[in-house]
Design a protein around this ligand. Structure first.
Ligand SMILES: CC(C)(COP(=O)(O)OP(=O)(O)OC[C@H]1O[C@@H](n2cnc3c(N)ncnc32)[C@H](O)[C@@H]1OP(=O)(O)O)[C@@H](O)C(=O)NCCC(=O)NCCS
Length: 281
């Protein structure tokens, strides 16, 4: 079982297919998260590393010293992790969901140890329980349209940071990356036409899981329920397309509680959390 070594663009569809086929509330990876991680910035800026892949597992050196692992077969997981570590020089970190027993056992076998780090809690909602979209006066929410990558990337950057890697060219490429759909990427716009909040939802048709990633609202319009409205609206659109469950993965530690509060306000409930591990090479 010698893993193939591929670049991320070549590997992504197979990585997504495996993640989807292995998906459960105990698993870390969703096809939409992988699309976002692979395409949220321009390739030169992201500098993404190689993927080691077999039919049963993959390990991705997402950045120098950062590994992502997916698989449920211990031998396959060991093979891809060994192949990836073979290209690493020095310390490597990785993060898994605490319920991923097979990946955790392989990481322990190759001397990864848990370290303190910010962590994330997966949250779920039965989309039958979504509230209605509620907006204050002066705002409307709608889906992004084809060709709107420039204002869409701008509203993301304005909420996150001016130095964000989410450029217009990057967003254009993201919009061409499966399973992106403009129909589930929603923005809140003022009556004057200013884009002020956004939420992208990624529907995995095979599992019915609709992942929220990312959400933002620009500061001058904060705390008016706009990020909530964008999220509920995009999730409602995903439900109309067949999604049954919503998933979102906000920080779980105490340093940045706002997003988890936002999602719990919609009705999301916490599931498993991530843990971070380090191997010294
Ligand atoms: C977090 C963020 C999306 C909130 O946007 P928003 O439009 O202000 O959020 P809402 O008005 O819908 O807030 C809903 C709830 O979330 C929580 N919340 C939002 N911002 C908060 C803050 N700064 N501190 C504490 N709680 C906060 C509150 O519970 C709030 O309900 P309340 O106002 O009735 O108390 C926005 O601040 C942002 O874009 N931050 C940077 C990007 C980011 O972190 N995105 C989320 C992770 S993907």
């Amino acid at each position: 079982m010698t893993p193939e070594r591929l670049d991320i663009d070549a590997a992504l569809p197979r990585m997504q297919a495996l993640a989807s086929s292995l998906w459960s509330p105990r698993a870390r990876h969703h096809p939409g998260q992988l699309a976002w991680s692979a395409a949220y910035g321009e390739p030169a800026a992201l500098d993404l590393g190689p993927v080691f892949i077999t039919d049963g597992a993959w390990a991705w050196l997402e950045s120098p010293g950062w590994l992502e692992v997916c698989g449920a077969d211990p031998e396959a997981v060991r093979a891809v992790v060994d192949a990836a570590l073979g290209e690493c020089d020095g310390e490597v970190r990785t993060s898994t969901l605490e319920t991923e027993d097979v990946v955790l056992a392989v990481l322990a076998d190759v001397a990864f140890v848990e370290v303190e780090s910010p962590w994330f809690t997966h949250h779920f909602i039965d989309l039958a329980d979504l509230p209605d979209v509620a907006l204050p006066e002066g705002y409307a929410v709608r889906a992004v349209r084809e060709g709107e990558h420039e204002p869409r990337s701008a509203v993301h950057r304005a909420a996150w940071s001016a130095t964000s890697l989410v450029t217009s060219a990057a967003y254009e490429r993201l919009m061409a990356t499966a399973p992106y759909r403009a129909a589930t990427d929603h923005v809140v716009v003022t009556d004057e036409g200013e884009w002020v909040a956004s939420c992208c939802v990624w529907l995995d048709e095979a599992t019915g899981m609709a992942l929220v990633e990312p959400v933002g609202c620009v500061d001058p319009h904060a705390r008016r329920g706009l990020a909530t409205a964008a999220s509920v609206s995009a999730l409602t659109a995903a439900r109309e397309l067949g999604a049954t469950t919503g998933l979102v993965c906000p920080r779980g530690d105490d340093d940045y509680p706002a997003p988890a509060l936002l999602y719990r306000g919609i009705g999301f409930e916490p599931g498993a959390r991530t843990r971070t591990y380090r191997q010294r090479g």
